[in-house]
Design a protein around this ligand. Structure first.
Ligand code: BTN
Length: 310
């Protein structure tokens, strides 16, 4: 397919902030994207944001047009095309317990899925692959990397990084890979970009503004619920349950035969069976064949999922 040329497609503060502020809810305690830091080039927005975490407020977003050392889960590499994709990270200061930080990553996937569905009429075409891949017609369009630091009193901060293939041709990126990266790429879900799927170029500023507004909604709701429940106020009760419901509606793995590995090398298989949804804490449930104790419903809190032919 011929790729549409992208016109003036700035994602600098001047292009994004007016659109974000028009959508922002003034009742939220903070807004993802305020303050908004743009860098024309940066190794990894997650790494750079982590370096600023000690002196930056919740909501600080770091956005780049050219991420030169993008990182994925489990030490993988994240590739994107300069000036064509979205690569950004947002600083969170969550009230959640450290062992529940992954709920923020699940919420990030829900927010991205909702925005793609609503803004580009993609309902029924977007799904979520546990723990945090967003798929478009079964191919990976977005990856999420949540990193956090905990102190004696709980989480100090979290950096939520989002890589979204927007106007790139991800298949073409594989042609320029080193042998090691090409081997890593081979084992991954096939990538796709929004423009490949839609057949038209996608302006990034309105998309980024919509994402930041939706992310704010889910992250702050989860956080207020947690803070409220600690104080006994039950402020936005139901945020976690609602988020998990939205996640389950888009579950790409439910009913599929899967294998779970502890790392990218796939040398260490944890479990295999039929994916049976996600539990109340966001863990993956696997129905393992055979009698107990090895058979039955198993919970997985971390790992890499491979889908087997059914
Ligand atoms: C994955 O699918 O393994 C997660 C990919 C996350 C990529 C994003 S791009 C912005 C942020 N900065 C990084 O270095 N990684 C995340």
């Amino acid at each position: 397919m011929a790729f549409p040329s992208v016109w003036d497609d700035s994602i600098e503060a001047g292009a994004v902030l007016p659109l974000l502020l028009a959508r922002a809810d003034p009742d939220r305690p903070w807004t993802a994207g305020v303050p908004f830091i743009y860098r024309s080039s940066c190794r990894s927005t997650n790494t750079a944001l982590k370096d600023m975490a000690g002196h930056s407020p919740a909501g600080t977003a770091l956005v780049t047009d050219n991420q030169t050392g993008g990182r994925g889960r489990l030490g993988r590499t994240w590739l994107s095309q300069p000036g064509r994709d979205l690569t950004f990270s947002v600083l969170l200061r969550p009230s959640l317990d450290p062992d529940r930080a992954h709920l923020l990553a699940l919420a990030t996937g829900v927010a991205v899925a909702e925005v793609l569905e609503d803004e580009y009429q993609l309902r029924e075409q977007v799904s979520l692959k546990w723990p945090n891949d967003v798929l478009l017609a079964g191919k990976k369009v977005c990856g999420i990397l949540l990193e956090a630091a905990a102190g004696a009193t709980g989480l100090l901060w979290a950096a939520a990084g989002v890589g979204l293939n927007v106007n790139s041709e991800p298949g073409a990126l594989s042609a320029s890979l080193s042998p090691a990266l090409a081997a890593e790429w081979e084992r991954r879900p096939r990538p796709v970009s929004l423009t490949e799927h839609l057949g038209t170029a996608v302006p990034r500023a309105p998309l980024l503004a919509a994402l930041l507004a939706r992310l704010t909604r889910w992250w702050t709701a989860l956080d207020l619920e947690e803070a409220g429940s600690r104080e006994g106020a039950g402020f936005v009760e139901g945020a976690r349950i609602g988020m998990l419901e939205e996640w389950r509606r888009r579950d790409a793995l439910a009913g599929r035969r899967v294998e779970i590995f502890s790392g990218v090398s796939h040398s260490d298989r944890l479990v295999s069976g039929e994916a049976a949804g996600i539990g109340e804490e966001g863990q993956l449930l696997i129905q393992v064949a055979g009698p107990a104790p090895s058979g039955g419903l198993t919970e997985v809190f971390a790992g890499d999922v491979s889908v087997l032919a059914n």
